[in-house]
Design a binder for this molecule. Sequence first.
Ligand SMILES: *[C@@H]1O[C@H](CO)[C@@H](O)[C@H](O)[C@H]1NC(C)=O
Length: 219
Amino acid sequence: MSPLTEQYGHLVDFNKRSLLISACAIAFNPTFWNIVARREYRTKFITKAFGSAQAGCYALAITIFSLGLLRDFLYERALRDQPSHPLLEGEVPTYAGYALVALGNLFVISSTWQLGITGTFLGDYFGILMDDIVTGFPFNVTNAPMYYGSTMSFLGSALIYGKPAGILLTGVVLAVYLVAIQFENPFTAEIYAKRERERSKGGSKAKKAKGSKGGKKEL
Ligand SMILES: *[C@@H]1O[C@H](CO)[C@@H](O)[C@H](O)[C@H]1NC(C)=O
């Protein structure tokens, strides 16, 4: 053991395969839904398979939600294999953890409530667009409440379990979501801009579009 691994070796056990599996599941989910959704946008392959955009979007929603449950399960399993740290085991980190999980869930649930199922789960790629930009809570606090709420829940669980490895995996979650936001937001904005162009082309009687609703999606 080098001095470095002696010092940090007890924080995170990198020899546990469950840690790598959890990190892979975290990275896989947004990668999966972005590839699938863009393919749907280009080819309508899910719409064709399910007979309607609505049914296709619900099928994708169930898939993404299930993958999210699997990812959460793998995260908890990874944490169980990891060492705790005394600094994270006191009452303060534990209560902070519960507060973060509660706030994170509030963000995720309230934004799902605001956007609806198709608005939350990539409906815009199916051609199911929101009529209006959503500005109420939690979108008045952050433009990506799903992603930041989910990140808060991961961090909160890490604190509740008292596991430094959970903080490391939360870093992976945040990094993956920040990349996803960079990748998704311009694309979604373009989908709404396109509708706007088509509406203004369609004449002055066209209802006024209000553009992209900003952040969304989780799981
Ligand atoms: C966001 O909206 C909620 C509910 O309408 C309100 O209570 C809250 O103060 C608002 N937050 C900000 C930062 O504007």
